[in-house]
Design a protein around this ligand. Sequence first.
Ligand SMILES: [Zn+2]
Length: 170
Amino acid sequence: MELNEIDELIVELIERIAGDLGVVIYSMDLENEFTDESLSEELGVEINEIRRVLFAFYEIGLASYRRKKDEDTGWMEYFWKINYDREREVLRRELEKTRDKLEEKLRLEDESIYYICINGCVKVRYEEAMEYGFSCPRCNNMLEYLDSREALMKIKEELERINELLESLN
Ligand SMILES: [Zn+2]
């Protein structure tokens, strides 16, 4: 995989978990340790916002921290480090998670047939639809067979793309 493709995926991931501020912080190339306070001052952003981003990074392994008690104030200080070197590993893990979710979805879709109300009130399985006599329990309109082929196709395409990405990351 080309380097800029990895960059794009990383940005996509960061945007999803930590928003625009996450992308800004990640792009700062913070090689050294820093405190959330200093970053807050540097960016002119509320410290809570900074922490929210850093903990989101931490959750997926893109950042780590150590705590130290400030002798003067008695408060805990967080010294953060962004793990740029773990970028690929994090990306691979997140892609694997998405793949597992999609596979689960695919499995569930494959095994059941759904009926939906034409007014959009309910989506039920075949057995349930039969109990309702194929009319909606809320609005009494007819329940229709849901053609899930298109949805399945989309899931399969997405899976294919993820598997390709994973292969090139290995
Ligand atoms: Zn209905």
